[in-house]
Design a protein. Structure first.
Length: 322
């Protein structure tokens, strides 16, 4: 009888242990899927705003509906004949940029308007390039913006990431805390033109000296130049002149001209006679959405939300108005 009771007690204890192990296993974190899930969506109802836009070509202040303005921005920032999904992703980004600027600083305070068509102070705008593709892209994303923890996200974008995007600090020399939704990710940029995928840019030593002078570096000659530091994506964040003078990569790019020195995703930098030669890939600062990458993802059947999810992590697509 005692032996039997011991046996029953043993099996009861074993069952309890099995139950405890099962419960513990159920609490283990699940493996994150390999694919990038699209952003979560929220729906909110409201009225489409009417905004004032500074038209820099004429100097007038024009009142227009937000979606009318966004159509002009999409046509100005991206090729109108591109796939609708890519244009739609650009529309969401342009709308987010506008809403954030209005909410955080009133738009363009110096102009007394909510937006401007001057690319140097706001976004590109080209109403003449609006076609059926652009109209469809804007309408299908009507009222949609990208938010992170309830606030409009920093929706940076550029022409081509050269295969990999940059963090905000390495691509833009961003001084604030790194936005958690901006990460270095792979980008399919192989549809970009050959002179964007790989390029060489030459500048005179004087041009480089002028950039250094504007940064407060009084240098009489350039004897050597080298890549000093790189960021997570491999972009040059620091250049070293004459072995002892440092200058930020983004500062050098802006100083020499961001259309001439296309990217800081450099393969090498060297001196040849009176020239400083940069060899690299991609076009733009590399932060956020790559437009050529969005184009390729759209041709692969990705939705606007999936394209956004490729370049902005953990964000929500919120519908601000119907």
């Amino acid at each position: 009888m005692l032996k039997r009771n011991r046996t029953v007690t043993f099996f009861m204890a074993l069952l309890v242990m099995i139950a405890m192990l099962a419960a513990a296993c159920s609490k283990q974190p699940q493996k994150t899927p390999d694919h990038n899930p699209p952003p979560q969506k929220q729906t909110a109802q409201g009225a489409e705003p009417t905004i004032t836009v500074y038209m820099h070509e004429t100097g007038e202040k024009k009142s227009m509906k937000m979606e009318e303005y966004i159509a002009g921005v999409v046509a100005g920032e991206m090729k109108s004949e591109w796939p609708v999904a890519a244009l739609a992703a650009q529309a969401i980004i342009a709308r987010t940029f506008t809403v954030q600027a209005i909410e955080e600083k009133g738009g363009v305070p110096d102009r007394g308007t909510q937006a401007s068509t001057d690319i140097k102070e706001f976004q590109a705008y080209n109403a003449k390039e609006i076609n059926d593709n652009v109209k469809k892209a804007v309408e299908m994303t009507r009222g949609m913006i990208i938010t992170y923890q309830g606030k409009p996200a920093q929706t940076w974008f550029h022409a081509s990431a050269g295969g990999i995007t940059a963090t905000a600090k390495e691509g833009l020399d961003y001084k604030k805390a790194e936005p958690p939704y901006i990460q270095s990710v792979q980008s399919p940029d192989d549809l970009a033109p050959a002179d964007v995928q790989n390029w060489t840019a030459a500048f005179t030593k004087k041009q480089v000296l002028d950039v250094l002078a504007k940064q407060g570096q009084n240098v009489s000659s350039i004897d050597s130049i080298a890549i000093g530091q790189k960021g997570p994506s491999g972009r040059t964040t620091m250049l070293v002149i004459n072995n002892n003078i440092n200058i930020s990569g983004p500062e050098m790019r802006i100083g020499l001209g961001s259309t001439e020195l296309k990217s800081m995703l450099l393969d090498k930098v060297s001196i040849e006679g009176d020239k400083v030669i940069f060899t690299g890939k991609g076009y733009g600062h590399g932060v956020g959405m790559s437009q050529w990458g969005a184009n390729k993802l759209a041709t692969q059947g990705k939705t606007p939300a999936e394209i956004i999810g490729q370049y902005f992590k953990g964000v929500t697509i919120e519908k601000r108005w119907n």
